[in-house]
Design a protein around this ligand. Structure first.
Ligand code: NAD
Ligand code: LMR
Length: 325
């Protein structure tokens, strides 16, 4: 039996984790022969609910779930962890923008960034899901000065799979036969789902999509999907978000497919004219556990407008939390 690997998950009593924790424990992240230890962080008020989730996890008798640690202390939760899912944060309700959450959630990511900096593995991979996720990731990065920024990413994988799903529905192809979709920018309604470089394993090419469908159906459907879920379900996306978190981390560990890329929000290095020091979603390729922003993609005038709008929005978010950086 291999040594168990610790995985930290925050917001462990929340909706997303009611799916994610069970999938992690079933071996979906690290494979069928890798035991894990779940290190679960919650606020004191949610400890009772978390105890119930732990009872259910134990009732599944997962062979790979070696141990569960629960705590309300970030400096305990993140000890030696190789993987950290930062999910615990307030979700938005109907009529709210994700940026409306900034004031309430920002502090969480300063505290957790500092704790990760102090006690996590030096190779830790930290995925920020709590909204507004790009700027929360920026806060965490700035509060973890001893760790390289490439230990952190924010989640636009759900937008990515939403885009794949729209294309699959339109073409009749299986989502896995679709390559090179990407999400640029902020995990907000301004994001730019970009189908200009999409490739299919079969004969269909991007010329089959007219500009009208792109502008009036594809882009807004992906941009507003989170809002529509809240309107329809009464609560923000949970199982699909858990799926995306799992897929993001798995891709970060195992790498992207040949000739494909995925979307991750990472600290900009100035690529595509985006300010260094903003966490921006780019197409990335992952090799050997490291992501690289895909270079050389042509940005036409139509796309530039979207990129600029996202940059302006992220600059504003950064300004609002500059005291935490
Ligand atoms: P939820 O309210 O069901 O659960 C959040 C949990 O976090 C709660 O149990 C709460 O007690 C806990 N929490 C709050 N502060 C904490 C702290 N300081 N430390 C540890 N735990 C803390 O919410 P949810 O539906 O699970 O969503 C969680 C977050 O993920 C929200 O901000 C939501 O908007 C965001 N989200 C992001 C994406 C994305 O694609 N990036 C997708 C879906 C949801
Ligand atoms: C989503 O995209 O579903 C999440 O970010 C939740 C939300 O507030 O839309």
């Amino acid at each position: 039996m291999k040594n168990p690997i610790p995985i930290a998950v925050t917001g462990a009593a929340g909706q997303i984790n009611y799916s994610l924790l069970f999938r992690l424990s079933a071996g979906e992240l690290l494979g069928p022969d890798q035991p894990i230890i779940l290190r679960l962080l919650e606020i004191p008020a949610a400890m009772g609910n978390l105890q119930g989730v732990v009872m259910e996890l134990r009732d599944c008798a997962f062979p790979l779930l070696h141990d569960i640690v629960i705590t309300d202390d970030p400096k305990v939760a993140f000890i030696d962890v190789e993987y950290a899912f930062l999910i615990g944060a307030k979700p938005r309700g109907p009529g709210m923008l994700r940026s409306d959450l900034l004031e309430q959630n920002a502090e969480i990511f300063a505290v957790q960034g500092q704790a990760i900096n102090a006690v996590a593995s030096r190779q830790v991979k930290v995925l920020v899901t709590g909204n507004p996720s790009n700027t929360n990731a920026l806060i965490a990065i700035n509060n973890a000065p001893d760790l390289p920024s490439h230990c952190f990413a924010a989640m636009t994988m759900l937008d990515h799979t939403r885009a794949l799903s729209q294309l699959a529905e339109k073409t009749g192809y299986n989502p896995q036969d679709i390559y090179r979709v990407c999400i640029w920018g902020n995990h907000s309604c301004s994001q730019y789902p970009d189908l200009r470089h999409v490739r299919f394993t079969q004969a269909l090419s991007i010329e089959h999509f007219d500009a009208d469908w792109n502008l009036n159906v594809f882009i807004p459907t992906v941009q507003y999907r989170g809002t529509e879920i809240i309107k329809t379900r009464g609560q923000s996306s949970a199982a699909s978000a858990a799926n995306a978190a799992l897929l993001h981390m798995k891709t970060w560990i195992e790498g992207t497919r040949d000739h494909d890329w995925v979307s991750m929000a990472v600290l900009s290095d100035g690529s595509y004219g985006i300010d260094e020091g903003l966490v921006f979603s780019f197409p990335v390729q992952v090799v050997g556990g490291q992501f690289q922003i895909v270079q050389g993609i042509a940005i036409d005038e139509f796309s530039r407008e979207y990129l600029d709008r996202n940059q302006a929005e992220l600059r504003e978010e950064r300004q609002a939390i500059k005291h935490l950086l």
